[in-house]
Design a protein around this ligand. Structure first.
Ligand SMILES: [Fe+2]
Length: 402
């Protein structure tokens, strides 16, 4: 059997498998400066000692100070681990596990972007399995006995959704990135604090926003049966981003829209947990890895070529999103509504200043990229299965349009 027929045959499997993974059910606290409530929250949970994980950049900006102060006011012991200066790897996780164990942390507070979140997840899991080396924790599914250490996540960007996702992407001893699904991840609280995202550079806001959009769009399109509430959150995430990303690009200090973007990004994380991603991510992961293109930019580059290519199969869902986002009225037919949806995304890319992104893809690399994309697509339950020829056609469009 060729890989296309194999992939087509098993395409519903990832959606079924992911539904067996218990998901965290965090309490969400949102507001401008909401991280000042963390001390009180920890006190309510009865903690005496916590580990606060952040990255070097946020530490230099002093973004953790309000958390430290609120913990002190609540009489909490706090140990700071602010060494994150790269994507998660074994050395960082080892260092974090050691500090968490030595300070007897009862909770891990993760303040930062995807790298801080994923490192913290592995620390929280690793502390519960002290007999296992970090290297052995890096498997496809890591089943933690009971649960991980409780985590409070405080995202500093509105994009990855890593504040709620059960996966952690870590570079292994061979230098290869791999994803580990943590079964038993215990995120008890998510703090959505617009004060953390309000000063982000425009390119970061734009690229993170497009990444979040890809999560809720691909979630909505996926061939996975989900609870109504999860489907609604994904759909509402699309609406929030189409409405509020242009506002934060225009008015970076608009608190209401910043908070809406934080919420939408969290919905995107929920979409990854419950509905998985699709071909936008399969292409973006492969192109990002091959040409070292940041994730949000690779996603932006791939979004319209993939959505346009699978339009015939997804027409009714594109139309549904257009109607939900009030891009068209209820009576507009699917074909026109779907076109409006694609146009809205195209306009958003222009508004974000990302329409001039250049594709790094070279025709010489088609064969290798096609293999990588087909292999990555096995992780998702996409609405259509692309043959090797389909993948190549999308890549060709990319070169022609760049
Ligand atoms: Fe993503």
């Amino acid at each position: 059997m060729d890989t296309y027929r194999f992939r087509k045959q098993i395409h519903k499997l990832p959606g079924k498998v992911i539904h067996r993974v218990p998901l965290p059910e965090p309490q969400v606290v949102e507001g401008h400066g909401a991280r000042e409530k963390i001390g009180e929250l920890c006190q309510g949970c009865g903690y005496k000692q916590v580990l606060l994980v952040t990255d070097q950049t946020l530490h230099h900006l002093g973004y953790e100070q309000k958390i430290v102060q609120s913990l002190e006011e609540a009489g909490m012991g706090c140990t700071l681990f602010a060494d994150i200066n790269s994507e998660p790897n074994i050395a960082l996780i080892d260092a974090g596990r050691k500090i968490a164990t030595e300070c007897h942390a009862e909770c891990v507070i993760a303040l930062g972007g995807g790298s801080v979140m994923d490192t913290s997840k592995m620390i929280s899991a690793g502390v519960k399995m002290p007999h296992l080396s970090t290297k052995t924790l890096l498997r496809k599914f890591l089943v933690v006995p009971g649960k991980t250490l409780p985590m409070i996540t405080v995202p500093s960007t509105a994009g990855t959704g890593a504040e709620v996702t059960v996966g952690a992407v870590v570079t292994n001893a061979r230098g290869t990135k791999g994803s580990t699904v943590i079964v038993g991840l215990d995120v008890t609280h998510v703090i959505l604090d617009s004060e953390l995202t309000i000063h982000a550079p425009q390119l970061v806001t734009a690229a993170c926003g497009m990444d979040a959009l890809s999560h809720v769009v691909e979630g909505t399109l996926s061939d996975v049966a989900v609870y109504v509430e999860d489907a609604y959150h994904s759909l509402d995430g699309v609406r929030l981003i189409l409405q509020h990303l242009p506002v934060v690009m225009r008015e970076p200090e608009n608190i209401e829209s910043r908070l809406a973007m934080c919420r939408a990004a969290m919905y995107g994380g929920n979409a990854i947990n419950t509905q998985l991603a699709g071909y936008i991510h399969a292409f973006a992961h492969s192109i990002g890895a091959k040409y070292h293109l940041p994730h949000g930019q690779a996603i932006t580059l791939m979004m319209l070529p993939v959505l346009r290519y699978q339009k015939a199969a997804c027409l009714s869902k594109y139309a549904m999103m257009a109607r939900y986002c009030q891009l068209v009225d209820e009576h507009t037919d699917d074909r026109h509504a779907a076109e409006k949806f694609l146009q809205a995304i195209s306009d958003l890319i222009v508004t974000c200043g990302l329409d001039k992104l250049e594709s790094p893809v070279q025709p010489n690399d088609y064969e290798e990229l096609t293999r990588m994309i087909a292999a990555d697509s096995i992780n998702y339950s996409a609405p259509v299965t692309f043959s090797e020829e389909d993948i190549r056609k999308v890549l060709e469009k990319l070169v022609v349009s760049s």
